[in-house]
Unconditional design. Structure first.
Length: 362
């Protein structure tokens, strides 16, 4: 607010999103959510303010815990359920998670147990669309699927998950018994549209103008997952971090330009490409007309992630740690944190539910 006390030039909002269920009964409630989705909370159970440990750590703890529980389980059917993993969503997040779980089970934990063989774990990757990585070139989608299948992942495309409960998931007409269901099928918008009383699209995102302002409230700007924004050609902008970052920079410069009385420039999204890692040495990359797969794409993915870290020291520590782990196959200390119900049997009144930033008992 200016010193005169008059209202400022605008109020930008980026309230984020939450796991969406796509209408599936029990979808996000019985799934592990999206471990990489930093839900701002806003009263949602499992928001970042509800737990001390980061989301990826809690997801990893719960994932490893099921192997520990299977080790001491006497019932063979229950043991199989504990060793089944269902990942819902064949986008970059789902592909990366399925590959990571497969490598954990079939390589990292392969010799850590006596009564179970982690290599017998079954990992299902379910995508309702016709192929994995729908935003990538079809050739890269095919290579990603073949790479996952070589890791032992069972890929189901063109099949939707119609129900989730503590016992597993229903994929089409097939019932898959699984203790771990990971929701990686995207997020829904926050209820900002309801707060403002403005029009929204089917996903609940606020319909905004070319400058991301709300048409009926030009002083309010909505960006990120909550905004139904389109580029200059009318194509919807994807709900990814680079888009939100560029939107934030644009709105900030727009507000400064208005305050200074300068001309406003239209928003232009710069797509720097898409990357998805599949395993230890495999990835796919799409940079404009350039298509990469295999080790070259994985190396590019690694460099990109290190480059965008803040601070030279952080980049060096991460790069050297990754290089050492890659060359020596040395494993770090595994910790199982948080509280997970010890009872293995799936009971509606006592089910371990894993949220993006929290493990809790319903």
């Amino acid at each position: 607010m200016p010193a005169s006390g008059a209202p400022g030039p605008g109020v930008p909002g980026a309230p984020g999103g939450a796991n969406r269920g796509n209408g599936n009964p029990g979808g996000p409630n019985h799934g592990a959510g999206n471990p990489g989705n930093e839900n701002p909370g806003g009263g949602n159970p499992g928001g970042p303010g509800d737990a001390d440990a980061p989301a990826p750590n809690r997801f990893q703890s719960a994932r490893t815990n099921f192997f520990e529980r299977a080790e001491s389980e006497q019932d063979e059917l229950e043991k199989r359920r504990l060793l089944n993993f269902v990942v819902i969503g064949g986008g970059p997040t789902g592909v990366e998670l399925a590959g990571a779980i497969a490598e954990l089970a079939k390589r990292a934990l392969a010799k850590d147990f006596r009564t179970i063989d982690p290599c017998c774990a079954r990992i299902f990757l379910v995508e309702a669309g016709p192929r994995l990585l729908g935003t990538f070139d079809p050739s890269l989608s095919q290579k990603a699927q073949k790479a996952l299948e070589r890791l032992g992942v069972e890929v189901r495309v063109g099949q939707a998950v119609t129900h989730c409960d503590p016992r597993g998931a229903r994929v089409g007409s097939e019932e898959i018994s699984a203790a771990t269901i990971v929701w990686a099928a995207g997020v829904m918008a926050s209820p900002a549209g309801a707060w403002l009383g403005v029009p929204t699209d089917r996903a609940g995102r606020v319909v905004v103008g070319p400058d991301f302002s709300v048409p009926s409230h030009p002083e309010i700007f909505v960006i990120g997952d909550t905004a139904a924004a389109r580029d200059a050609s009318g194509k919807p902008l994807p709900g990814v971090a680079p888009v939100a970052k560029q939107q934030g920079q644009y709105v900030a410069s727009l507000l400064l330009a208005r305050w200074r009385g300068q001309a406003e420039r239209p928003f232009r999204y710069r797509d720097f490409g898409s990357l998805a890692t599949i395993g230890r040495k495999l990835a796919v990359a799409q940079l404009g007309q350039l298509r990469l797969s295999g080790f070259a794409a994985w190396l590019l993915w690694s460099i990109a992630h290190v480059y965008f870290l803040i601070g030279f020291r952080s980049r060096m520590v991460v790069a050297l740690t990754w290089l050492w782990n890659y060359l020596t196959l040395e494993r770090g200390t595994r910790l199982i944190t948080g509280h997970v119900e010890q009872e293995s049997r799936p009971r509606p009144e006592n089910v371990a539910r894993i949220y993006p930033t929290r493990i809790e008992n319903a």
